[in-house]
Ligand binder design. Sequence first.
Ligand SMILES: [Zn+2]
Length: 258
Amino acid sequence: MPLSVRSRLLLGAVVTATWSPCRDSFASMQDKDIYKKFLKINSPWTMTDVQLDDSKMTVSVAIEFRGEPCCPKCGKSCAGYDSRVRTWRHLDSCQYKTLLVASIPRVQCQEHGVVQLETPWAQDSSRFTALFERVVIEWLKEANFSAVARRMKLSWDEVDGIMSRAIARGLARRETCSPTRIGVDETSFQKRHEYVTVVTNIANSTMIAVMDMWPAYINAVTRHLPNAKIAFDRSHIAKHLGDAVNAGRSTESSTRSC
Ligand SMILES: [Zn+2]
Protein backbone atom coordinates (compact mmCIF):
# COMPACT_ATOMS: atom_id res chain seq x y z
CA MET A 1 0.00 0.00 0.00
CA PRO A 2 1.56 3.37 -0.98
CA LEU A 3 2.40 5.60 1.94
CA SER A 4 1.28 9.19 2.18
CA VAL A 5 3.81 12.02 2.29
CA ARG A 6 3.12 12.38 5.99
CA SER A 7 3.69 8.68 6.70
CA ARG A 8 6.93 8.61 4.73
CA LEU A 9 8.21 11.69 6.47
CA LEU A 10 7.31 10.25 9.82
CA LEU A 11 9.08 7.00 8.99
CA GLY A 12 12.15 9.02 8.07
CA ALA A 13 12.09 10.82 11.37
CA VAL A 14 12.47 9.48 14.86
CA VAL A 15 8.94 9.41 16.17
CA THR A 16 8.58 8.27 19.73
CA ALA A 17 5.57 6.72 21.36
CA THR A 18 5.33 9.67 23.69
CA TRP A 19 3.83 12.01 21.13
CA SER A 20 1.88 14.86 22.68
CA PRO A 21 -1.92 15.12 22.97
CA CYS A 22 -1.74 16.76 19.54
CA ARG A 23 -0.88 13.40 18.07
CA ASP A 24 -4.48 12.52 17.17
CA SER A 25 -5.19 15.77 15.40
CA PHE A 26 -1.85 15.51 13.64
CA ALA A 27 -2.60 11.95 12.57
CA SER A 28 -6.06 12.84 11.28
CA MET A 29 -4.76 15.62 9.06
CA GLN A 30 -4.12 15.18 5.38
CA ASP A 31 -0.75 16.09 3.93
CA LYS A 32 -1.96 19.39 2.55
CA ASP A 33 -3.51 20.35 5.87
CA ILE A 34 -0.23 19.77 7.65
CA TYR A 35 1.69 21.99 5.27
CA LYS A 36 -1.12 24.54 5.30
CA LYS A 37 -0.64 24.75 9.03
CA PHE A 38 3.15 24.86 8.78
CA LEU A 39 3.22 27.49 6.06
CA LYS A 40 0.14 29.52 7.03
CA ILE A 41 -1.09 29.76 3.45
CA ASN A 42 -4.30 31.80 3.41
CA SER A 43 -6.74 33.13 0.80
CA PRO A 44 -6.37 34.24 -1.94
CA TRP A 45 -3.54 31.69 -2.05
CA THR A 46 -4.34 28.03 -1.68
CA MET A 47 -2.27 24.88 -1.45
CA THR A 48 -3.16 22.39 -4.15
CA ASP A 49 -0.67 19.55 -3.84
CA VAL A 50 2.21 18.09 -1.84
CA GLN A 51 4.64 15.74 -3.59
CA LEU A 52 7.52 13.83 -2.06
CA ASP A 53 10.38 12.75 -4.34
CA ASP A 54 12.55 10.11 -2.69
CA SER A 55 15.16 10.13 -5.45
CA LYS A 56 15.78 13.87 -5.06
CA MET A 57 14.99 13.93 -1.35
CA THR A 58 12.58 16.81 -1.84
CA VAL A 59 9.06 17.75 -0.84
CA SER A 60 7.33 20.05 -3.32
CA VAL A 61 4.36 22.07 -2.15
CA ALA A 62 2.21 23.49 -4.96
CA ILE A 63 0.40 26.78 -4.33
CA GLU A 64 -2.10 28.62 -6.53
CA PHE A 65 -3.49 32.12 -6.57
CA ARG A 66 -7.31 32.11 -6.59
CA GLY A 67 -8.30 35.71 -6.10
CA GLU A 68 -9.03 38.87 -8.01
CA PRO A 69 -5.75 40.21 -9.36
CA CYS A 70 -4.88 43.67 -8.06
CA CYS A 71 -1.86 45.87 -8.61
CA PRO A 72 0.46 45.41 -5.59
CA LYS A 73 1.52 49.06 -5.82
CA CYS A 74 -1.83 50.89 -5.94
CA GLY A 75 -4.25 48.12 -4.99
CA LYS A 76 -6.49 48.70 -8.00
CA SER A 77 -8.18 45.76 -9.65
CA CYS A 78 -6.34 44.93 -12.88
CA ALA A 79 -6.53 42.66 -15.85
CA GLY A 80 -4.26 39.62 -15.71
CA TYR A 81 -1.21 39.80 -17.97
CA ASP A 82 0.52 36.43 -17.64
CA SER A 83 2.05 34.26 -14.95
CA ARG A 84 5.45 32.79 -14.17
CA VAL A 85 6.27 29.61 -12.27
CA ARG A 86 8.65 30.26 -9.39
CA THR A 87 10.23 28.05 -6.75
CA TRP A 88 11.30 28.95 -3.22
CA ARG A 89 13.28 26.89 -0.79
CA HIS A 90 11.64 26.52 2.61
CA LEU A 91 12.86 24.93 5.83
CA ASP A 92 13.53 21.22 5.47
CA SER A 93 10.84 18.67 6.31
CA CYS A 94 12.97 16.28 8.35
CA GLN A 95 15.79 15.33 5.96
CA TYR A 96 13.84 16.39 2.85
CA LYS A 97 14.56 19.70 1.16
CA THR A 98 11.22 21.51 0.95
CA LEU A 99 10.25 23.64 -2.01
CA LEU A 100 7.25 25.86 -2.60
CA VAL A 101 6.18 26.05 -6.23
CA ALA A 102 3.67 28.62 -7.45
CA SER A 103 2.61 30.27 -10.67
CA ILE A 104 2.74 33.96 -9.83
CA PRO A 105 0.37 36.16 -11.88
CA ARG A 106 1.44 39.45 -13.37
CA VAL A 107 -1.16 42.17 -13.88
CA GLN A 108 -1.41 45.05 -16.30
CA CYS A 109 -1.91 48.22 -14.27
CA GLN A 110 -2.73 51.41 -16.15
CA GLU A 111 -0.54 53.40 -13.81
CA HIS A 112 2.30 50.99 -13.01
CA GLY A 113 2.46 48.81 -16.10
CA VAL A 114 3.09 45.08 -15.86
CA VAL A 115 3.57 44.18 -12.19
CA GLN A 116 4.02 40.83 -10.50
CA LEU A 117 1.83 40.01 -7.49
CA GLU A 118 3.56 39.83 -4.14
CA THR A 119 3.67 36.57 -2.21
CA PRO A 120 3.10 36.52 1.55
CA TRP A 121 5.77 33.87 2.13
CA ALA A 122 8.80 35.52 0.50
CA GLN A 123 10.37 38.82 -0.39
CA ASP A 124 9.98 39.65 -4.05
CA SER A 125 13.44 38.87 -5.39
CA SER A 126 14.33 36.03 -3.05
CA ARG A 127 14.36 32.35 -3.94
CA PHE A 128 13.94 31.49 -0.24
CA THR A 129 10.92 31.84 2.00
CA ALA A 130 10.98 34.54 4.66
CA LEU A 131 11.03 31.91 7.40
CA PHE A 132 14.03 30.18 5.83
CA GLU A 133 15.88 33.49 5.58
CA ARG A 134 15.09 34.28 9.19
CA VAL A 135 16.63 30.98 10.34
CA VAL A 136 19.76 31.69 8.27
CA ILE A 137 20.06 35.13 9.87
CA GLU A 138 19.67 33.61 13.34
CA TRP A 139 22.46 31.12 12.54
CA LEU A 140 24.69 33.94 11.28
CA LYS A 141 24.51 35.39 14.79
CA GLU A 142 25.89 32.12 16.16
CA ALA A 143 28.41 30.96 13.55
CA ASN A 144 30.59 32.31 10.78
CA PHE A 145 29.60 32.70 7.16
CA SER A 146 31.23 29.50 5.88
CA ALA A 147 29.79 27.34 8.64
CA VAL A 148 26.26 28.62 8.02
CA ALA A 149 26.61 28.09 4.26
CA ARG A 150 27.85 24.54 4.80
CA ARG A 151 25.22 23.50 7.35
CA MET A 152 22.31 25.09 5.48
CA LYS A 153 23.57 23.72 2.13
CA LEU A 154 23.83 27.17 0.61
CA SER A 155 26.41 28.82 -1.58
CA TRP A 156 28.43 31.78 -0.39
CA ASP A 157 26.44 34.05 -2.75
CA GLU A 158 23.12 32.74 -1.42
CA VAL A 159 24.08 33.48 2.19
CA ASP A 160 25.36 36.87 1.10
CA GLY A 161 22.04 37.61 -0.65
CA ILE A 162 20.05 36.61 2.44
CA MET A 163 22.22 38.81 4.63
CA SER A 164 22.04 41.74 2.21
CA ARG A 165 18.25 41.60 2.14
CA ALA A 166 18.14 41.52 5.95
CA ILE A 167 20.42 44.56 6.12
CA ALA A 168 18.26 46.40 3.56
CA ARG A 169 15.11 45.63 5.59
CA GLY A 170 16.83 46.85 8.75
CA LEU A 171 17.98 50.06 7.11
CA ALA A 172 14.49 50.67 5.73
CA ARG A 173 13.04 50.38 9.24
CA ARG A 174 15.68 52.64 10.78
CA GLU A 175 14.67 56.16 11.62
CA THR A 176 16.99 58.98 10.67
CA CYS A 177 18.62 60.68 13.63
CA SER A 178 21.25 63.31 14.37
CA PRO A 179 23.46 61.87 17.09
CA THR A 180 24.88 64.32 19.58
CA ARG A 181 27.23 61.90 21.32
CA ILE A 182 29.13 59.19 19.49
CA GLY A 183 31.56 56.59 20.70
CA VAL A 184 34.47 55.51 18.44
CA ASP A 185 36.47 52.39 19.07
CA GLU A 186 37.85 49.40 17.28
CA THR A 187 37.22 45.72 17.81
CA SER A 188 38.68 42.56 16.33
CA PHE A 189 36.76 39.98 14.36
CA GLN A 190 37.57 36.85 12.38
CA LYS A 191 39.66 35.36 15.19
CA ARG A 192 41.41 38.68 15.86
CA HIS A 193 43.03 38.79 12.43
CA GLU A 194 41.24 41.94 11.34
CA TYR A 195 39.93 45.03 13.06
CA VAL A 196 36.90 47.22 12.43
CA THR A 197 36.10 50.68 13.72
CA VAL A 198 32.81 50.86 15.63
CA VAL A 199 30.96 54.19 15.85
CA THR A 200 28.17 54.24 18.44
CA ASN A 201 25.39 56.77 18.92
CA ILE A 202 25.20 57.73 22.60
CA ALA A 203 22.04 59.75 23.19
CA ASN A 204 22.67 63.10 24.87
CA SER A 205 22.34 66.79 24.13
CA THR A 206 26.02 67.60 23.77
CA MET A 207 28.14 66.94 20.71
CA ILE A 208 31.05 64.93 22.05
CA ALA A 209 33.14 62.07 20.66
CA VAL A 210 34.34 59.48 23.18
CA MET A 211 37.33 57.61 21.81
CA ASP A 212 40.65 56.04 22.49
CA MET A 213 43.79 58.12 21.88
CA TRP A 214 44.72 56.81 18.43
CA PRO A 215 45.85 59.83 16.32
CA ALA A 216 43.80 58.69 13.30
CA TYR A 217 40.59 59.01 15.35
CA ILE A 218 41.57 62.42 16.67
CA ASN A 219 42.40 63.65 13.15
CA ALA A 220 39.13 62.34 11.70
CA VAL A 221 36.99 63.99 14.38
CA THR A 222 38.92 67.27 14.20
CA ARG A 223 38.50 67.39 10.43
CA HIS A 224 34.87 66.26 10.07
CA LEU A 225 33.34 67.43 13.38
CA PRO A 226 35.21 70.68 14.07
CA ASN A 227 32.76 71.76 16.79
CA ALA A 228 32.87 68.49 18.69
CA LYS A 229 34.52 68.13 22.07
CA ILE A 230 36.68 65.03 22.38
CA ALA A 231 36.72 62.95 25.55
CA PHE A 232 39.23 60.13 25.79
CA ASP A 233 38.37 56.76 27.20
CA ARG A 234 39.29 56.69 30.92
CA SER A 235 41.03 53.31 30.59
CA HIS A 236 43.36 54.65 27.88
CA ILE A 237 44.27 57.69 30.01
CA ALA A 238 44.95 55.41 32.99
CA LYS A 239 47.17 53.21 30.83
CA HIS A 240 49.20 56.19 29.57
CA LEU A 241 49.55 57.52 33.14
CA GLY A 242 50.72 54.11 34.31
CA ASP A 243 53.26 53.91 31.45
CA ALA A 244 54.53 57.41 32.31
CA VAL A 245 54.94 56.54 36.00
CA ASN A 246 56.80 53.33 35.14
CA ALA A 247 59.08 55.20 32.74
CA GLY A 248 59.81 57.77 35.48
CA ARG A 249 60.65 55.06 38.02
CA SER A 250 62.92 53.34 35.52
CA THR A 251 64.79 56.57 34.78
CA GLU A 252 65.11 57.38 38.50
CA SER A 253 66.38 53.90 39.26
CA SER A 254 69.05 54.02 36.55
CA THR A 255 70.15 57.53 37.71
CA ARG A 256 70.63 56.33 41.33
CA SER A 257 72.70 53.33 40.29
CA CYS A 258 75.18 55.55 38.45
ZN1 LIG B 1 -0.96 50.11 -9.96
